[in-house]
Design a protein around this ligand. Sequence first.
Ligand SMILES: *Cc1c(COP(=O)(O)O)cnc(C)c1O
Length: 323
Amino acid sequence: MPILVNDLYAARKNIAGIAVRTPLVPAWSMSNDERDVRLKLEITQPIGAFKLRGAANALANLSAEQSRKGVVCVSTGNHGRAVAYAAHRLGIPAYICMSKLVPENKVEAIESVGGNVKIGGSSQDEAQQEVNRLVREQGMTEVSPFDHFDVVAGQGTIGIELVEDNPELDTVIVPLSGGGLIAGVALAVKTLVPGVRLIGLSMEKGAAMYESIRKGLPVEVEEHTSLADSLGGGIGLDNRYTFSMVRDLVDDIRTVPELYIAEAMRYLYRHEGWIAEGAGAIGLVPLLYDLDLALGRNIVVVVSGKNIDMDLFARVMGGEVPY
Ligand SMILES: *Cc1c(COP(=O)(O)O)cnc(C)c1O
């Protein structure tokens, strides 16, 4: 393994005071005599998603020189919020680059946690060119969202907490996109409690890691609009860490339709009282629908984030499957 469990303990020290230790709560409505289901509530992180762990660890590991020059990333979502928030807390300059097509509420979300948004170009690619320019001309450091040693190690701190809070674990269900989250969690859990099963969940439309694992090497997939928008995007054709870690550590990856994601969001809100975005609720799907998975008795679902437009959330709660 390119990353070791000691790196995760080091990350835990680095992120203390920025990211919080999140609660692992019983999900009574899904538990019975045969199974004990608990939810790892990453929705309670300061920015509403686990990505703060990885970003905080990456920023904490910068040299003094790198910290002075600042960091930059392309993101319209949780990674951007995480980098902006952690940088603000650590006093590191940060620019989050986006295209001019990104809706105003996404820009506000970054600014509300202390981030500087830089509008560059009219596509994600052009925003990336702006990042490249800032790296080249101003010596800023790019913080990538998942395929990064410190980011994987930061996300892996979730796994350490899980094992401390529930050493009897059988199965951990984790949302999966670029794989930073599941790679870190799997590394921690499988090292500390051998025999635990790791299951990754992606949306049916545009599941890049799922397709890459099937083909045996990183591949590109077409992007689609999904309720689980935080799970979109590729894994990088030059992937360094997460592809091999997911291949070697994850027991099963399943993809699910939009209807199931919407139902998981509704169930989580109605029966357990938690608001999650589509990516955050997707881990409930194997408990609500039969995906033909052996889950064992002690099951943990990582509820990864809650950042969804409230009008969209209300439509889903009203029974719509928007995409
Ligand atoms: C980024 C993200 C994921 C997926 O994490 P990866 O490390 O890319 O697999 C899942 N849920 C939410 C809410 C996210 O923001």
